[in-house]
Each structure stands twice: as structure tokens, then as C-alpha cells.
Design a protein around this ligand. Structure first.
Ligand code: C2E
Ligand code: MG
Ligand code: MG
Length: 563
């Protein structure tokens, strides 16, 4: 084939009958990239307009009309032909290969024929004629036309088998930031359109030799056989793919987070490289997204210690390592304790006392928050029955617990029934973030709980995004002002104004307003002057074990408040 192509005279003589017989599409173009001649195979595949319709149609419109070749591949074919026509192609650089889908490429050869004519041969290459089709179906991502995970793993394993020190493969794995939210917004078919747009851009940003795959959902991977410049490609992809997309007439802004792993240093098996690229991707995500990270050993160490923590936490409940500590809330007017907040503690034989700020988010991530939350609810109700009336117990509720509202409601009812604690003595502390996720579901659940007689408290108020007006539509009995505002009171006028505004609002809505984290009597006086009705904080007491509650209740609190 190539011997023939290298000789323009032979080719010219082919244009009579032999060209017509060739089993692959051959076209002859002029300097303006108009189609002058197409052989039978090209007419069959590309379906150009007849000579009567248009004797020399632009090759661009012929390719577009065919409907078989994706836009980005068409562009590359045209630019390749253009370079050839303008004599820009270096000797020996005439040929190009375009990946259509796994196992399916189009090879292009362009040769000058003289007299301002060029011959272009387009050869469809499908791996293995019969078995190839089946393999392609198994390895192709039907949504985007690139490879799937299986394809990628095979390609990667193949690349790692090549024992060429100059060609050390690298993989880049990325996903879209906030894809779930965008998918919800655009609807499923809009989400699919976005994924296809991402792949279109990915094809343009990568070289033909790079292997592309969609691993799952919105996660993609690129395999570079020669990974020396993988970091450059990573930076370029984050830049290009994070630019706004136009999806169904809407401008969609979505960042990508990307992780890079290179053989052999970052792993010498497909599984290890994929795992490490994934760890790097997660670090990029944790750094806020729209960025990339190269795998480093410290990431593997962190991942391992996190896995250890997870496995210890799974055992913590059954081993009885979780306990509740109680911190009093005090009414500023009567100077008496109104109730206690239950705060989870994990005492681990080796780790010591693990603070809830560290293990509650982990429990949420690994699906343990429901059993831990159920346990806290039961234990708190049980403990509170030993306290004098009308002292209440407040239990923290994580946003994740509200996802399964039916289960949560049933747990509250069961905890009250089994302990015998009256509903009015149970309070549930909910943070703002729990309400912003699915506000309608959260609102109706909280209303049901409220109807049982349980009191509802807004925790850490001021740290989220909920507006004061939104607050009115939820059945809150009290607001807890986040301790960051209280600690800012000394010397920060804005903080004082904010505390006053929240207290005024709370009073107007008939809610109790609790200042959290009050450490000094000065702060206590200030929040009292600003209109808060209750305080909680180290000034009165740190969280204490249930066994110490009686002693605390016997204390005269006016001393602490007055000092
Ligand atoms: P939170 O509900 O806002 O609890 C108040 C936190 O502030 C507690 O931290 C408490 O010890 C601390 N604190 C109280 N007074 C002061 C003070 O005067 N100064 C300072 N610096 N800190 C004070 P803790 O116990 O570490 O709990 C942290 C968070 O963990 C809690 O914040 C709550 O959101 C979460 N949490 C605790 N127990 C549970 C639980 O059983 N379930 C759920 N879902 N979350 C829990
Ligand atoms: Mg709380
Ligand atoms: Mg709080």
C-alpha cells in the first residue's frame, strides 16, 4: 500500500479503475479542501452529494454530513489535510491515527498527487474483525464513546508489561466537582450532555496516543504511555476542563479535581497505580477542588491511618468505648441549670480520648452515624430520667441522620417510650447545614418531632448560610449562637451587634437564645446585656461524666456568674 502511495504517477494511474476498487475510502481534494473525487468505498461511507447537487463540496461538510465521525475527530482530520495541502507536514509525518472508540481508530494518509490535488486515504481500523466488535462493546463507554474501566485496566496492564525504561506510563484520574448537584439541576439527560462535552474537550486536550476512559459516573482517566510530562497535562486539563460549558443553552461552571500516578515509582501494577491516583485525586478534592495532586507516599500513610481509624470506630460501639459527657445550660435570669447537652466521647485504649470533631465526620462518611446517633439518643434519654424534673437533655443530630427521616423518628419515639422520659424533656440540636440540604424534607420531619412534644434547637447558629427569615419556617424552640461569636465579643463590635440582632430576633419569635462557649464572667455579662437568655460554657462547667451531675446541681452557680 505505502509503496504505491509513495509514487504519485502510480497513484494518478489508479484514479481510473483501480482506485474505485480499493476496499477503503479514498478521496481526492483540491487546495481549498474541496472534494474532487471519491471512490466507491468513500461514496458508500461518507455519502457525499452527487455531482449534480454539488460537483466539488467542501470536505468539511461531507464529513459532517456523514454523521459517523465525532466533531473533534473531524476537526483533526481537516487540520491534518490542511497541513498537508499547505506543505506544513514534515517528511514522514503524513500519517495520523484518530481514536474513535476503544479498538476503533481511523488512520489517515495524505499524499500530494501534483496539479494541486491531494489524495487522502481514510482507513477504518477495528481491532479483530468479529471478536473485535464484541470486545468493543464490553470495553466501550456507550455514553461518551471512549473506553470503560475494563478497557482502561487492560491498556494500563499492557503498558506496564512493556519493559522500556524510556516509556514509563502515567495515569491521570479526575472527576467533576459537585457533579451530583449539577446533575440534579440539569436533569439526567443534561448531566449526560455535560459528560459528553467534557469528553469532547478531553479529546482535544490530549494526544491521539493517550488512552481515554470513563471509569464510572463522572470519573475519567487518561493513560499516557510516556508519562514524563504527565504533570503538565494535569495542569492543562484542570485549566481547560474547568472552563464554563454550554449545556442546553445554560452556562455550567464545574471544576475538576485530578490525581496523577506514574510508574514505576508510584506503583508497578494497574491496581496500585489506580488506587494511588485515586488517593491523589481525593487530596485534590480535599484541598477545595479545581486542582491536581501528584501521588506521594505520605498520602498512602494518611489513607492507611484513616482506614485504621475507621476499623477501630466500627468496633467502638460494641466494645463500649463510646460514652456521653454532659455540659450544663444555665438560665441567666434564674441562675439555675435548665438541662444538659450530651456530647459523645470515644475513649480508645491506644488513641486516648478522641474528640467528636474527629470521629463524628468519619462516622458520617462510613455510614456509622445512624447506629452511633441511635445509641446517643437512647443513652441520653436513659441518663436523663435520673435527673430532677424538669431538667432536659439535648442530643446532637447530624445532617446524615435526617436523610432517613422515618428511621430517625422511630428511634426518637422508641427512646422516649423505653426510657419513660417525657418528650418535653428531650431536645434535639440540629445544625444549619442539615437544613440546607433538603429543606422541605427536614422541615416536615422537624414538625412531626415537634408535634410529639420534643423541643428543637438550632445549633451553631451563624456558621451556615441559612437566613433569619428561613428560620421562621422551622419549628425551633431555641437558637444556640456559635461560640466563635461569643469568643469574638471581647473587643469586636460587629460580633456584639450580631449577638444582639440574633437575640432580638429570637425574643421576637418566642425562642430561647443560648450563648455557647462562654468562658468568662465578662462574656456572660455581655451576652446577658445583649439579650441572650441562657449560657453554656467552661465558665459554668466543662462537659462532665453523668456520675458527676448530682454534685454539679448542688453547686451555687451565682458565684461563677458574679466573679
Ligand atoms: P456542639 O454541639 O456545638 O458542642 C459544643 C462544643 O463546644 C463541645 O465540643 C463542647 O465541649 C465545646 N465547648 C463548650 N463550652 C466551651 C467553652 O467554653 N470553650 C470552648 N473552647 N469549647 C466549649 P465537643 O464535645 O468537642 O463536640 C464538638 C462537636 O461534635 C459538637 O459541637 C457536635 O456538633 C458534635 N457532637 C458531639 N457529640 C455528638 C453526637 O452525639 N452526635 C452528633 N451528631 N454530633 C456530636
Ligand atoms: Mg450541640
Ligand atoms: Mg454548638
Amino acid at each position: 500500500m505505502s509503496a504505491l502511495l509513495d509514487d504519485p504517477d502510480t497513484i494518478a494511474s489508479l484514479t481510473g479503475g483501480a482506485l474505485e476498487q480499493l476496499p477503503y475510502p479514498v478521496v481526492i481534494l483540491d487546495r481549498d479542501l474541496r472534494l474532487r473525487l471519491a471512490n466507491a468505498e468513500a461514496r458508500e461511507r461518507l455519502k457525499p452529494p452527487s455531482a449534480e447537487e454539488d460537483p466539488c463540496p467542501p470536505f468539511a461538510s461531507v464529513l459532517a454530513r456523514s454523521g459517523r465521525i465525532p466533531a473533534d475527530v473531524r476537526l483533526r482530520i481537516l487540520s491534518c489535510c490542511g497541513a498537508e495541502v499547505r506543505g506544513r507536514n514534515a517528511p514522514g509525518k503524513h500519517d495520523a491515527v484518530f481514536a474513535m472508540s476503544p479498538g476503533h481508530t481511523i488512520a489517515l494518509y495524505a499524499r500530494p498527487l501534483g496539479h494541486d490535488r491531494w489524495m487522502v486515504v481514510l482507513e477504518d481500523r477495528r481491532r479483530g474483525a468479529d471478536s473485535g466488535m464484541a470486545a468493543e462493546e464490553n470495553q466501550c463507554d456507550t455514553l461518551t464513546g471512549i473506553g470503560n474501566r475494563r478497557y482502561f485496566e487492560e491498556q494500563l496492564a499492557g503498558a506496564l508489561r512493556e519493559d522500556d525504561p524510556d516509556r514509563q506510563p502515567a495515569i491521570l484520574v479526575f472527576d467533576l466537582d459537585r457533579f451530583r448537584a449539577i446533575n440534579d439541576l440539569l436533569g439526567r439527560s443534561g448531566g449526560d450532555a455535560l459528560l459528553r462535552a467534557v469528553v469532547g474537550r478531553l479529546r482535544r486536550a490530549t494526544r491521539d496516543a493517550d488512552q481515554l476512559a470513563r471509569l464510572e459516573g463522572d470519573q475519567f482517566a487518561v493513560l499516557q504511555l510516556n508519562g514524563h510530562a504527565a504533570d503538565n497535562l494535569a495542569a492543562r486539563l484542570v485549566d481547560l476542563l474547568s472552563r464554563p460549558y454550554l449545556v442546553r443553552g445554560e452556562v455550567v461552571t464545574v471544576g475538576i479535581s485530578l490525581g496523577v500516578a506514574r510508574a514505576p515509582g508510584d506503583g508497578d501494577s494497574a491496581a496500585a497505580l489506580l488506587h494511588h491516583a485515586d488517593l491523589a485525586l481525593r487530596e485534590a478534592k480535599e484541598a477545595g477542588g479545581q486542582t491536581w495532586r501528584r501521588f506521594g507516599q505520605s498520602m498512602a500513610d494518611r489513607a492507611r491511618s484513616r482506614l485504621d481509624l475507621e476499623s477501630d470506630l466500627r468496633k467502638a460501639l460494641v466494645l463500649g468505648q463510646l460514652t456521653l459527657a454532659y455540659q450544663p445550660k444555665v438560665n441567666l435570669r434564674t441562675q439555675t441549670v435548665t438541662g444538659f447537652e450530651a456530647l459523645a466521647r470515644w475513649s480508645h485504649p491506644k488513641r486516648g480520648l478522641v474528640p467528636p470533631g474527629l470521629f463524628i465526620p468519619v462516622a458520617e462518611d462510613i455510614g456509622l452515624i445512624a447506629p452511633i446517633g441511635d445509641w446517643a439518643l437512647r443513652a441520653a434519654c436513659e441518663d436523663a430520667t435520673a435527673w430532677p424534673e424538669p431538667l432536659s437533655v439535648a442530643v446532637n443530630v447530624s445532617a446524615r441522620q435526617l436523610d432517613d427521616g422515618r428511621h430517625f423518628l422511630a428511634q426518637v419515639v422508641a427512646s422516649l417510650r423505653e426510657s419513660g422520659l417525657p418528650a418535653r424533656r428531650l431536645e434535639l440540636e440540629i445544625t444549619e447545614s442539615a437544613l440546607t440540604r433538603r429543606p422541605d424534607e427536614a422541615r416536615s420531619l422537624l414538625r412531626e418531632l415537634h408535634a410529639l412534644g420534643v423541643r428543637i434547637s438550632m445549633d451553631d447558629f451563624g456558621t451556615g448560610y441559612s437566613s433569619l427569615s428561613q428560620l421562621r419556617t422551622f419549628p425551633f424552640d431555641s437558637i444556640k449562637i456559635d461560640r466563635s461569636f461569643v469568643s469574638a465579643l471581647d473587643g469586636d463590635n460587629d460580633a456584639a451587634a450580631l449577638v444582639r440582632a440574633i437575640a432580638t430576633l429570637g425574643a421576637g419569635l418566642g425562642m430561647a437564645v443560648i450563648a455557647e462557649g462562654v468562658e468568662t464572667s465578662g462574656q456572660a455579662r455581655m451576652v446577658a446585656a445583649d439579650g441572650c437568655t441562657e449560657i453554656q460554657g467552661y465558665l459554668i462547667s466543662k462537659p462532665i461524666p453523668a456520675a458527676e451531675i448530682r454534685a454539679l446541681l448542688a453547686r451555687d452557680l451565682s458565684v461563677a456568674l458574679a466573679s
